[in-house]
Ligand binder design. Structure first.
Ligand SMILES: Nc1ncnc2c1ncn2[C@@H]1O[C@H](COP(=O)(O)OP(=O)(O)O)[C@@H](O)[C@H]1O
Ligand code: SF4
Ligand SMILES: [Mg+2]
Length: 342
């Protein structure tokens, strides 16, 4: 019998669900004088949207005060969003009950800027690592010990017995941050949010800590949001770079494409200032561009960057807020320069 080609029904590839989806997120803080007189509102996060896929690292860069930590803390549930939504594995966080929040918190690890401030000073390393397990119902001592051993090995706090009974003040800055990372990893998270994780550490240990995070990301296929104002590190660390300005994400680009050609004038200025060929100078961030960051209580009309932008289109940029324009498959920017001619 001749061979008959049979057309088997093609299996539809499953649509990948982002691990995290942030939609039009706003976090505003009310400022009160003398505790009760309303003095204004700080729009610390003002309409941020993006998706992050499992195993992907996104770097978020931008000057101090542009809303990076507010974004991190809103995703973590430390701040309540004023408007907008956060979806974790397609579930809206605002629909979660107490149990759901507990599960969410165990799925998202948080690495702060100041490791010493993040660690309870009166707890030993062992207790610090036991605590999240207790809260999440892992009470079996053997299981606890196994997990502690595993994460301590992973973050290279070894020999383990030398560290288990130490208190945070007995550790170096690098060791403290390794402990913070171990604590963030102990429940097997899917996502890590690292807010300037190395900016308070000695230059000599920064690379080690970043390499450690990169190793964990690969091994556990973690999603990572890496927040930094140190641009020299992002090129080694992330698939995509988001640039933030005035409480908004104003450019979203694949890392290689952005390093080759940043698109938003703010990102251009930011990266121009660090294109110093001297590797030593690359280690430090230079405050750029000239001019003041915008007030988030009274932000400028139109594009928030327009008072500092050398490419301003008068009559447009100072009047209308630019939406996000897609430039190509890898780059997008909220800038009128990329508006397609109609
Ligand atoms: N809890 C808060 N109450 C009032 N204002 C805040 C609070 N947290 C942050 N802000 C303000 O929001 C803005 C963004 O801050 P932040 O997110 O910490 O920026 P970044 O991390 O980029 O330096 C700043 O103007 C800051 O002063
Ligand atoms: S929208 Fe206008 S002011 Fe804003 S960055 Fe683009 S060119 Fe500059
Ligand atoms: Mg911050």
């Amino acid at each position: 019998m001749p061979n008959v080609a049979v057309n088997l029904p093609q299996e539809q590839p499953e649509q990948e669900v982002p691990v995290l989806r942030v939609e039009n997120l706003h976090t505003w803080f009310e400022i009160r004088r003398m505790g009760f007189i309303k003095a204004g509102v700080v729009r610390a996060l003002d309409g941020v949207s993006f998706e992050l896929y499992q195993g992907e690292t996104i770097s978020i860069v931008g000057e101090s005060g542009c809303g990076k930590s507010t974004l991190a803390k809103t995703i973590l549930g430390i701040h309540h969003p004023t408007k907008g939504a956060i979806y974790f594995e397609n579930r809206n966080l605002s629909d979660l009950d107490k149990q759901g929040w507990k599960k969410y918190r165990s799925s998202v690890g948080y690495i702060q800027q100041d490791p010493y401030g993040a660690l309870p000073p009166f707890m030993s390393v062992q207790r610090i690592l036991e605590e999240p397990m207790k809260i999440n119902g892992i009470s079996n001592k053997k299981e606890q010990a196994k997990r502690i051993r595993q994460v301590m090995e992973e973050v290279k706090l070894a020999p383990i017995e030398d560290f288990l009974y130490k208190f945070p003040h007995m550790l170096s800055g690098g060791q403290q941050q390794r402990l913070v990372i171990a604590r963030a990893m102990i429940l097997g998270p899917k996502l890590l949010i690292a807010d300037e994780p190395v900016s308070m550490l000695d230059a000599s240990v920064r690379v080690e800590i970043l390499q450690l995070m990169q190793g964990l990301q690969k091994k556990h296929n973690l999603g990572i949001i890496y927040i930094t104002h140190d641009l020299s590190t992002v090129r080694y660390f992330s698939e995509r770079i988001f640039s933030m300005y005035g409480a908004k994400i104003i450019e979203k680009s694949a890392t290689k494409a952005l390093l080759k050609q940043p698109r938003h004038p703010y990102t251009q200025a930011l990266f121009e200032a660090t294109s110093d060929p001297d590797a030593e100078n690359l280690k430090s961030f230079k405050e750029v561009p000239t001019g003041e960051p915008p007030s988030l209580m009274n932000p400028p009309k139109g594009c928030r960057f327009h008072p500092r932008c050398s490419k301003i289109i008068k009559g447009l940029c100072d009047k209308e807020m630019p939406p996000e324009f897609k430039i190509n498959e890898e780059q997008g920017a909220a800038c009128w320069l990329y508006k397609e001619d109609e």
